[in-house]
Write a protein that binds this ligand. Sequence first.
Ligand code: 16G
Ligand code: ZN
Length: 536
Amino acid sequence: APKIVSASKRHPIVPLPAGQAYKYGTAGFRMKADLLEGVTFRVGLIAALRSRKLNSQAIGVMITASHNPAIDNGVKVVDPMGEMLEQDWEAYATLLVNAPTDDALLETYNKLATQLKIDLSTPAKVIYGRDTRPSGHKLVGALADALDATNTEAVDYKILTTPQLHYLTRCTNTEGTPSSYGKVSEVGYYEKMAEAFVRALKGRKIDGPLTVDCANGVGGPKLREFLKYVPKDKVKFDVKVVNDDVLRPEVLNLDCGADFVKTKQRAPPSPKPVIGARCCSLDGDADRLIYYWVDEKTGFFMLDGDRISSLAASFIADLVRAAGLEEDLRIGVVQTAYANGASTSYITQHLRLPVVCTPTGVKHLHHAACNFDVGVYFEANGHGTVLFSAEAIRTFGAKEPQSPAQKDALDTLAAVADLINQTVGDAISDMLLVEVILAHKSWTMRDWAVTYTDLPNRLVRVEVADKDLFRTTDAERRLSHPPGAQDEIDQCVKKYSSARAFARASGTENACRVYAEAATRVEADELANKVAQIVK
Ligand code: 16G
Ligand code: ZN
């Protein structure tokens, strides 16, 4: 215990202005990197407690601020199967991080241990990684000190994508068991994905080159590394890796990356877009993916998380039918309020699959997707994955095929389940899935784009005095507070055709967000501005 206090003194917490507190939000703790050293030390203490609470299973800690500016950083905790930290523990993390002094910290730590019936002599294990931000190095030092001070076994995986850390956490905890998720190493991740990629393609050709914008983040070097594991004699996969400069930290996420493309609704200015070329962008920690291309006649066209979701759902539903499993497996799609209404209609009416809406944040979508045998979940921003139940995976291997076509479908389903990162949305894995699906369907970008037409939409950020006044219900689609605000929004929406709008407090910034969609561009813009006025 004295070790915790002396170590904490080396990583002091920065006091916030009166009335403010650190909060474990949807992205863990995320802020300017210079505020994070003490926070990261304390997150180390929480991770160690969590490991001890869960019978010494390994807990993951990832240091990244994803698509945010290079000067930001963040720290979040990964649960044993690679999921997001359990919600109750977000509150414990918040409590511990806000302890005002080193002694108060120790007191809170001991109180938590007693309250949660944690035996502090139980062994603990924490594995961690970081993105390419220079500040990550110092934060890892603080984390390591916390693990050392609590006698916690630590494994430093150095620089990783966020989904790689999730993968490694699950592999560590399933190693040597029947549910082993793969080899416990970065190489194991590449090998597993490359093998599944080849198997899922089964000789089908990928059409032309793919340009991948890596946001000048960790995805660049990791994608290059992955490509070495794709056997050239089996698959011709012509990838042009661009925006992969990780040596100049200031260019991270700057005018490139998935968040840029999604929010600006245009291609990164560099490299100069090539007409007709298939392109995609990853974000700064490679857990988001957006596809796009520039059409000769119609210009820039974006295929976001909703598009990837409906593409994956349609492909998997077809395979499940072809495998004769439609009576056995329940397939569902999970979206948030940000999903374009046209995508929701396409999935429910055309694909005839159920759609569930949850609040923003991966943990909510992931949780809802677990209720299906095959749960496809994506946020419009490009974060998502497909979850297969253990029973579904068993069935793909165990079902006796009645025809060569059934066998082909079963094999492809098994390969796809291995290809998709089951722990969290993974841009590299999702990209390989999209490439596999386009190859199977022999689709061009245009074929994919014409499946449905997006409703014009607008997202605006509204500065408000106190965002906490805005409380939502119905998966963030309606405001319950402040009183009367929702009625005003309803009155506005009524005046437009095919319109929908909502307002919610951001979980990552001190602002509100307003989303509106309507039949035309002009109407969507107008509606978004009117709702923003109501919120202001
Ligand atoms: C976080 C979430 C992301 C969500 C975003 C919304 C995770 C891992 N990340 O980045 O899924 O879309 O927050 O931010 O859950 P907002 O609340 O500021 O709109
Ligand atoms: Zn990210």
